[in-house]
Ligand binder design. Sequence first.
Ligand code: OKP
Ligand code: ZN
Length: 308
Amino acid sequence: MNFGYREVCLDHDTGERHPESPDRLRAVRRALKECHGVQYVDADDADLDLVREVHDADYVEEFREYCADGGGHWDADTVAVEATWDAALASAGLAVWAAETAGVDVRDRETPFALGRPPGHHAVGDDAMGFCFINNAGVAAQAALNRGADSVAIFDWDVHHGNGTQDIFYDRGDVFYASIHEDGLYPGTGEIEETGVGDGEGANVNVVYQPGADTADYLTAIDEVVAPEIEAFDPDLLLVSAGFDAHEHDPISRMQVSTEGYGVMTERMVDLAEGCEAGLAFVLEGGYGLDTLSDSVKMVHEVFDGYQ
Ligand code: OKP
Ligand code: ZN
């Protein structure tokens, strides 16, 4: 795969014992050293006007000033330092790069995966939360639309509900959002009744599983709900909000997805994108066991390494 990566993403220092640490990216890169066919790609910062298409200008300015003033605890566990602004714009820029380089030939060794942090899917239009400041996948979806895509689907397999992505596109018909998440976890949103409003009615799908759901359950949700819905929506681009915290050994969830399971789910994404003649790109979200995260990213990579 082509992995979008920038060193500045390591400068977002969340402090001791914070699960969303720079070591996550270091661990992934260390694991990918053992793999064939890994390419690293640089990307520009996300354009601020583009960021302001998915976030309120007042919030973006508030976040910029917060970092410029040295940062702090935005909320109980959403931490910023001065460099967080640069890291967040870089992370969003990597997601934009992924969206813009996704080709419609999805069985492609050069499929893009944005390896940025901070993650994005909890960031709502006017607020940071849940380790997230800028909604990377949301900004990437908007970039694709601005470049001529008619519609984008975002499938979020992170164990948490991506309330931010849902919030941003809830009343829009041009971006479809689907999430599979664990019941009872942060942030507590993502009921199956939340299906969108106005132009967005029907373009939001939540699958909620009890703790203990495994790879087979995830595949059932994909095959019976997520894939048919996305096929009916028929996007030009499929973005995967790829968190790996539903892994059976992730420290902060109780789901039971195996490392191999992420490979099978990736194959489902290839089939789905191919069926829609859509581009395919991956954007990192969570995943907090250093080994489980890096093994899972490796598993995604290996699917594409098998292609021409
Ligand atoms: C980010 B991502 C509250 C715990 C809150 C926040 C988790 C954010 C996860 N007591 N934990 O979706 O992986
Ligand atoms: Zn998560």
